[in-house]
Write a protein that binds this ligand. Sequence first.
Ligand SMILES: NC(=O)c1ccc[n+]([C@@H]2O[C@H](COP(=O)([O-])OP(=O)(O)OC[C@H]3O[C@@H](n4cnc5c(N)ncnc54)[C@H](OP(=O)(O)O)[C@@H]3O)[C@@H](O)[C@H]2O)c1
Length: 256
Amino acid sequence: MTRTVVVTGGGTGIGLAVAAAFAAEDAHVFITGRREAVLSKARAELGDRVSTVVCDATDPVQIEVLRDRLPGQVDVLVNNAGGNRELDAAAGRLGAVGLGGQPGQGPDDLAALAAAWRANIDANLLSAVLTTAGLSRRLASGGAVVHIGSFAADRGAGSYGAAKAALNSWNLFLSRQLGARDITSNVVAPGYIADTEFFGDRGSEEFHNARVAETMVGRAGYPDDIAGVVRFLASPAARHITAQVINVNGGAVPTR
Ligand SMILES: NC(=O)c1ccc[n+]([C@@H]2O[C@H](COP(=O)([O-])OP(=O)(O)OC[C@H]3O[C@@H](n4cnc5c(N)ncnc54)[C@H](OP(=O)(O)O)[C@@H]3O)[C@@H](O)[C@H]2O)c1
């Protein structure tokens, strides 16, 4: 049976690799994002099994539009849209919301601090909450929801890390609700993943080497490393895995 898969933020990086993995199994994949040109380019790359919907996952109205574009049944939802809005602001990509969440900089401007925190909570937590709620009635029994978290949740990474930690916490609540409908819900928490737009212009060789040095395997992660785990979690072999955070970080953050 052909599965219907929704990947938020599916036009670049990890989301694009996840979309490619599901398209390769002949699923009908819907990718979303805020930039139409990026989505069109991804569709041209991935082929006819992929449909695009411009949708800001933090906007309830746009999620309703997305829902209206989808078929009656969604088998897999991948809440991948997100990013560190503090990095984006520092790079001037989203306007100056301020770096008040960073230690040592001091929250002199509380309005800027509030905006910075709200931006990351919206981008990384509310985006997943709203998309899941908006599509909830469409989610099929036997299906899977996968959220892309981050190892930042365990590393004291300001508002971004706090938002991803909240995602882990909310996943426990969600997985109990969805479990009653035979739907799994898990977080995949990547470590440093190269070949994405996440770091913008910060991706110098020195920066890359420092991230690689934190791993036990001596290499960066790549979007396909995450896509393979997401696809596994949405496979028949993973039906007894739910309410978990699966860390994919090359050993940068060991667990016991
Ligand atoms: N790269 C890493 O090292 C790393 C590590 C840990 C976790 N992560 C997480 O992995 C996920 C994917 O990031 P990535 O590394 O692949 O970076 P990326 O290339 O920047 O991908 C993020 C994608 O999400 C989309 N997006 C962002 N905000 C959105 C919104 N409000 N609504 C809809 N789409 C939105 C972006 O497209 P538009 O701008 O066009 O909307 C973009 O296609 C994120 O949740 C990120 O936090 C990444």
